[in-house]
Design a protein around this ligand. Structure first.
Ligand code: FAD
Length: 488
């Protein structure tokens, strides 16, 4: 990624910058346009901070009509647009382009409707994930998908990244040509193709989300957690598979390996056992009787899988202390290494031991440590690769190590991402998972929404790909087809 190739800036757009900025000020009057270099610095990267780029101009619209006009203006003049929510993406999805308008949705920060009987909230896309729960918690409701970044990340960004298991979404969006489209509504199903499914996780490549309707849930009566330690990660992994296999769907099921356990314990003193290779936190929520019954079942499954410790929270304080270490795992790892690189891949649960063993091998090959934190219940891995950015070549090594981990995930039947998206980070690994036909088909969907390839180019798709020729490049006697198309 440090050698990442991005689309070549369009000279004509760069030459017209002053005119474009002036036109943006007409469309979004007031303080909605930022063009001074020092002020645009705040937007030059997202959560993938190894990579930075100043945009052409930053535009912060406040109304759907403004979004629509900005997109139409850019579409008519062949100007690229990068949508951005709160900029917490860990895969570089919101990374600006030098010749693109950065369309920041953070001023869309209002909750538009709360409907308790239908259990839905309609929000503007810049509302934070946590902001939705805060708006309804006094009535005993909450919004379930909860990425760790929920205090900052926007609900529009969550839709674009399909974050934290977002589901039951219905939203409105604005397509690249400025058309306002409503997909879904308060009802659970909608007529026609499932365009909602197409938009969810589309990483800002198909349209700009301008309104989101989410389903809220009643807060569970009880929540209790188990802290279970295993002498090997194989046993921990098998326990996870057996819990799911028994038909139990816990409210949360997270696993940490030895380096992560030690780092977390040193940091927050959560009372974690230090003599285990794998630690599982399983939370059960619902009516008290059901929770007690399931705790008994899980205890038995853990015992059958050779657990050496099993603690059950006896109070809310103890439940929170079980989670304290897990929630602090990332900053805790930050204390044991100058830098770390957080990967994100998903595997079939039963492959956990094999992938962990493979990661240990790769760790030896690259000479870099790795600590593991998993959303074990859904097989989503977050290996944290430890490196020192001040040592020449270590960032490159960390990136190659990360790419090899993702290749391993795909090899065992998994996928390149669990929740952080493809962005620029995993773009060039897409052919590991998809063949040419798959990628062409995905590009055809992109073309249906954005035929001029102006929305968030350089992200997700691995190589020269544009609607005109779907990326296939046959070079005959040095004559490149479509010479006008930027190569990236
Ligand atoms: C500390 C930390 C912890 C994290 N933990 C988790 C986690 O537990 N689970 C998880 O899933 N993710 C996690 N993330 C990643 C990140 O928070 C999510 O991907 C989040 O959904 C991004 O939202 P955002 O508003 O910051 O979007 P941005 O970073 O601004 O953008 C992300 C992508 O969405 C597109 N986009 C943003 N808004 C819109 C819009 N309105 N319309 C169309 N496209 C749009 C952008 O073009 C970009 O491709 C974490 C990040 C950090 C920094």
């Amino acid at each position: 990624m440090s050698g990442l190739v991005m689309p070549k800036p369009d000279d004509a757009t760069m030459r017209r910058r002053a005119e474009i900025v002036a036109d943006m000020r007409i469309i979004v009057p007031g303080e909605g346009v930022v063009d001074a270099t020092n002020e645009m610095r705040a937007f030059e990267s997202d959560g993938l901070t190894a990579y930075r780029q100043l945009p052409l101009v930053v535009v912060l619209p406040e109304t759907v009509a403004q979004v629509s006009r900005v997109l139409k203006y850019c579409n008519d003049r062949n100007i690229r647009v990068v949508p951005r929510g709160s900029g917490t993406s860990l895969s570089g999805g919101a990374l600006p382009l030098e010749d693109a308008v950065l369309l920041v949705m953070s001023r869309f920060n209002r909750i538009l409707a709360i409907d308790y009987p239908d259990r839905i909230v309609v929000a503007q896309p810049g509302v934070t994930n946590l902001g939705i729960t805060i708006a309804v918690e006094q009535e005993g409701f909450y919004y379930a998908p909860d990425p760790s970044s929920q205090i900052a990340c926007s609900i529009g960004g969550n839709v674009a990244e399909n974050s934290g298991g977002v589901h039951c979404l219905k939203y409105g969006l604005t397509a690249m040509n400025g058309e306002v489209v409503r997909l879904g509504g308060n009802h659970l199903d909608s007529e026609g193709y499932d365009l909602l499914g197409v938009m969810t996780g589309s990483e800002g490549l198909l349209g700009v989300v301008t309104e989101v309707t989410v389903r809220i849930l009643k807060k569970p009566e009880t929540a209790r957690a188990l802290l279970i330690g295993f002498p090997t990660s194989e046993q921990g992994g098998q326990c996870v598979a057996d819990i799911i296999g028994a038909g139990i769907i816990p409210g949360g099921m997270e696993m940490m390996d030895r380096p992560a356990i030690h780092a977390a314990e040193d940091f927050v003193h959560a009372g974690y056992p230090l003599d285990v290779e794998a630690l599982l936190i399983v939370e059960l929520d619902g009516p008290g009787v059901e929770v007690d019954h399931l705790i008994g079942l899980i205890e038995a499954i853990a015992y059958r899988n050779g657990s050496t410790t099993c603690r059950i929270s006896q109070s809310e304080q103890e439940r929170l202390s079980f989670w304290a270490g897990r929630k602090a795992a990332f900053p805790a790892v930050g204390r044991i290494s100058p830098d770390y690189y957080c990967m994100d891949g998903t595997i079939p649960r039963k492959e956990l031991p094999r992938v962990l063993a493979g990661m240990r091998e790769l760790s030896g090959k690259y000479g870099l440590g790795v600590a593991n934190v998993f959303h074990a219940g859904d097989g989503n891995l977050h290996p944290l690769i430890l490196y020192d950015a001040n040592v020449p070549g270590e960032l490159d090594k960390a990136e190659s190590f990360g790419a090899d981990i993702l290749r391993l995930c795909v090899k065992v039947g998994g996928v390149l991402t669990g929740e952080h998206g493809v962005g620029v980070e995993k773009r060039d690994l897409m052919p590991e998972m998809f063949d040419q036909i798959d990628l062409d088909q995905q590009m055809r969907v992109k073309c249906a929404f954005d035929p001029n390839h102006l929305l968030n180019p350089g992200k997700v798709f691995p190589q020269l790909r544009r609607c005109a020729e779907l990326g296939r490049m046959h070079v005959h006697r040095g004559q490149v087809a479509f010479p006008d198309i930027p190569r990236f």
